[in-house]
Write a protein that binds this ligand. Structure first.
Ligand SMILES: *Cc1c(COP(=O)(O)O)cnc(C)c1O
Length: 440
C-alpha cells in the first residue's frame, strides 16, 4: 500500500466495532428522534417488503409514493469502502441524494462531503460537520457562492478555466485549488462528465501558470471518470495523468509539491466495486507509492446512495387493451423515476404482494402480461416501463422499486403539482445478513 494519510474520522469509523457504529447511526443528525425500524435477518422472516407492507397497513391515510431508507446498508457500504480503499477518504457527493438522514449517517460514519452549491454547503454545515470536511467540487461557481464559501470557511475548490481563477482570486484568495483534468480515456459511463468538465492536457500548464501568477495555491489534481457503468480500468490512466500534473507543476513550473489526488466518483456498489478498488489501489501504488504525504480523496455519490433506498408506489389507474395491461402509478419520469431519463437507469418493478413471497405458488404461477407503466403527469413522455412483464394488478395495489437512491429524488420536479421533494422517507435498519442476501 502507498504511504498515504488516513483521515481521523474514517480511521475511527474503520476501527469502530459494530455496536459503536450503531450508536453513532442512531444518534446521527437526521436520524436522532426519528423512528428506526429494525428488520429481521431475511426477506422471508421480515425484510424490506414486510416493512413496507406494515407501513401501509398501519398508516390508513398514507402518502404515496414513499421511500424506505435502510441505514444498515449505508453502514455496510462504509465498512466495505474502508476495507477496500483504506487510503481513500470519502467525500460523499451530495448532489446524488441530499436526504438529511443519509447525510447525517454518512457524517457520523466519518465521511466528508463534496458540495457543488451554496445550498449543498448549507445542508452539510447544518449537520454540524466542520467546513474543513467539505470540498467545493464544482469547477464553475457563481461569484456569490464563492463569496459564501469564503465566509463559512470552505477552503478547497476545483477549477478548469482561467476565468474561474480570476473569480476565486477576487472573492476567496486563500482558497486552495485542485485542477480538474479530463481523464485520458473514455470510461463508457452512462453520464460522461468529461463532455463538460476537465482541462485538456495542453491546457494544464497554462492554467497552472495562471494560478501561480495570481498567487493562488494549487494543491492537487481532481478528475471524474464518468458516472454509472464506468469501466474502472480507466482509473489507471486518470491517476497516471494526475501524477504527470504533479511532476509538471514542481519540475517545470517550480510550484510547491502538490499533495491531494482527488479520484472523483464513478463507483457502483456490488462486484463492480471490488474491481474498481483493485484498479484504484494498483494505480495509486504504481504512481504515488513512493511519494510521502499524499492525501487521496474520492467523491462517491451513487456508491452510497443507490442501494439503501427502496421506492413504493401505488397503482392509481388501469386500462386493458387486448392482452396488454396499462397501469398508472403515482411516481414517474418527472418524479423520482426521472433517473430513467437523466441517469439512463434501468429500473426493476415488483408487485409488493409478491416481493415478500416470490416462491408462493400464487405469485410463482401467476399469469404474466406485457404491461405499460405510466407516471401520474399528463405528459405522454411520462412512461416508466413498456412491454414489461407483470402479473395482473388492480387499483390500490402497490409496486416496489429497489435501488432507487441515486439521482432520483434529487433531480425530480414539481411538474403538474406532483411534488418530488415532498416524498416521505421511512427509516429501517437491517442486519448485515439480510443485506448479504438481498443486495450483494
Ligand atoms: C456527480 C459527481 C460526483 C459523484 O459521481 P458518482 O458517479 O455518483 O459517484 C463526484 N464528483 C463530482 C465532481 C461530481 O460532479
Amino acid at each position: 500500500m502507498p504511504s498515504l494519510l488516513l483521515s481521523e474520522g474514517l480511521y475511527q469509523a474503520k476501527g469502530a466495532t459494530t455496536p459503536l457504529s450503531l450508536k453513532a447511526i442512531y444518534n446521527a443528525s437526521g436520524v436522532k428522534g426519528k423512528r428506526v425500524t429494525p428488520l429481521l435477518a431475511n426477506e422471508q422472516e421480515g425484510g424490506i417488503s414486510h416493512f413496507i407492507q406494515s407501513i401501509i397497513r398501519n398508516t390508513p391515510d398514507i402518502d404515496s409514493p414513499f421511500l424506505v431508507l435502510d441505514l444498515g446498508v449505508i453502514m455496510h457500504l462504509m465498512e466495505k469502502w474502508t476495507t477496500n480503499l483504506p487510503t481513500v477518504q470519502s467525500y460523499y457527493a451530495v448532489k446524488c441524494n441530499p436526504n438529511p438522514s443519509l447525510l447525517g449517517v454518512l457524517a457520523a460514519l466519518g465521511s466528508s462531503f463534496d458540495c457543488a452549491s451554496r445550498a449543498e454547503i448549507e445542508s452539510v454545515l447544518s449537520l454540524g460537520v466542520s467546513p474543513d470536511r467539505i470540498i467545493y467540487a464544482n469547477p464553475c461557481k457563481s461569484e456569490s457562492h464563492i463569496k459564501y464559501a469564503a465566509t463559512v470557511g470552505v477552503n478547497v475548490t476545483t477549477f478548469d478555466s482561467k476565468e474561474e481563477i480570476h473569480k476565486i482570486k477576487k472573492w476567496h484568495p486563500k482558497c486552495e485549488l485542485l485542477i480538474r483534468i479530463k481523464p485520458p480515456q473514455d470510461s463508457g459511463a452512462r453520464n460522461a462528465l468529461g463532455l463538460k468538465y476537465g482541462a485538456l492536457p495542453e491546457e494544464v500548464k497554462p492554467l497552472l501558470q495562471a494560478a501561480k501568477d495570481a498567487e493562488l495555491k494549487v494543491v492537487g489534481v481532481s478528475f471524474h471518470i464518468g458516472s454509472g457503468g464506468a469501466d474502472s480500468r480507466t482509473y489507471h490512466g486518470a491517476i497516471a495523468a494526475a501524477k504527470s500534473v504533479f511532476d509538471m507543476a514542481s519540475n517545470e513550473l517550480g510550484m510547491p509539491r502538490m499533495k491531494i489526488v482527488d479520484i472523483g466518483g464513478g463507483f457502483t456498489c456490488g462486484n463492480q466495486f471490488d474491481a474498481a478498488s483493485f484498479h484504484v489501489n494498483e494505480a495509486l501504488e504504481d504512481n504515488f507509492g513512493k511519494e510521502e504525504g499524499v492525501v487521496v480523496i474520492g467523491e462517491p455519490g451513487r456508491y452510497f446512495a443507490e442501494s439503501p433506498f427502496t421506492l413504493a408506489s401505488k397503482v392509481i389507474g388501469k386500462r386493458v387493451r387486448g392482452e396488454v395491461r396499462e397501469y398508472w402509478i403515482d411516481d414517474g419520469i418527472y418524479g423520482s423515476l426521472n433517473c430513467i431519463m437523466y441517469d439512463f437507469a434501468t429500473v426493476t418493478c415488483t408487485p409488493l404482494a409478491c416481493s415478500s413471497k416470490p416462491e408462493d405458488p400464487e405469485c410463482k404461477n401467476a399469469k404474466m402480461y406485457p404491461s405499460t407503466v405510466f407516471g401520474p403527469t399528463c405528459d405522454s413522455l411520462d412512461t416508466v416501463l413498456t412491454d414489461y412483464l407483470l402479473p395482473e394488478l388492480e387499483l390500490d395495489d402497490w409496486v416496489v422499486f429497489p435501488n432507487m437512491g441515486a439521482y432520483t429524488t434529487s433531480s425530480g420536479t414539481n411538474f403538474n403539482g406532483f411534488n418530488t421533494t415532498a416524498i416521505s422517507t421511512y427509516l429501517a435498519y437491517s442486519t448485515p445478513i439480510a443485506m448479504e442476501k438481498s443486495m450483494f
